[in-house]
Design a protein around this ligand. Sequence first.
Ligand code: ZN
Length: 250
Amino acid sequence: MDLSLTVLGCATPYPSVDNPCSGYLVSHGDTRVWMDAGAGTIGPLQRHTRLEDLDAIWISHLHADHSADLLTAYYALLFADVSRDPVPLYGPPGIADRLAGFLTNGPERSPVESAFAITELHDGHEAEVGSMRLTSAAVEHGIPAFGVRIEAAGRSLTYSGDTAPCPSLTALASGTDVLLCEAESAVKTPDMVHHTPEDAGETASSAGAGRLVVTHVGRFLTSQEAVARASARYSGTVAYAAPGSTIRVG
Ligand SMILES: [Zn+2]
């Protein structure tokens, strides 16, 4: 039974024809976590799981390219053919009111809590979801944002979310089997809130990650450039998070 990562999409800051925004399905046996719900990911998610069978949703931060499909998930969960208890939802502080702010159309606040059982993340937050353990760490993205390490049966996957290189991400990813790291920026700037591909390679090296998967590659880079540039700073295997692909961890 493998821990696996399926890429639903990884585009930024808007979907392309064949690549939704950031979203992944992390699976281990019967346990399934939708990790980031960027625009367009709820469609391909259903190639791999029924919404009834999701064990949890984990959201790194509230930029729309990581969270907008919570809005469509709300409609699926409350007003369509999906019948289940509220989905456990882990996300940044304020996530419930952010959703309600968009969804509420009348004098009554939309019942976000009827669709989602919400837990706000904090630095060091730990959750047991089925056979997985999720450890979240605050990262540096200019707004409340988190990375996550997901462990199951002795294997681990660590996801950067969106962040500048930071000690907390390196610590979270220490010795991880697979580091899924954003490489949004083509060039380094003083006030950047993302990684360049070189930064992704350096984070993977510093953390001693077993493999690096670069994701969330910006519009001014190609996936091939991102892999080549990250490889220059990391001696392990580097792959691109190709939409639709599944990566087995360990
Ligand atoms: Zn972001």
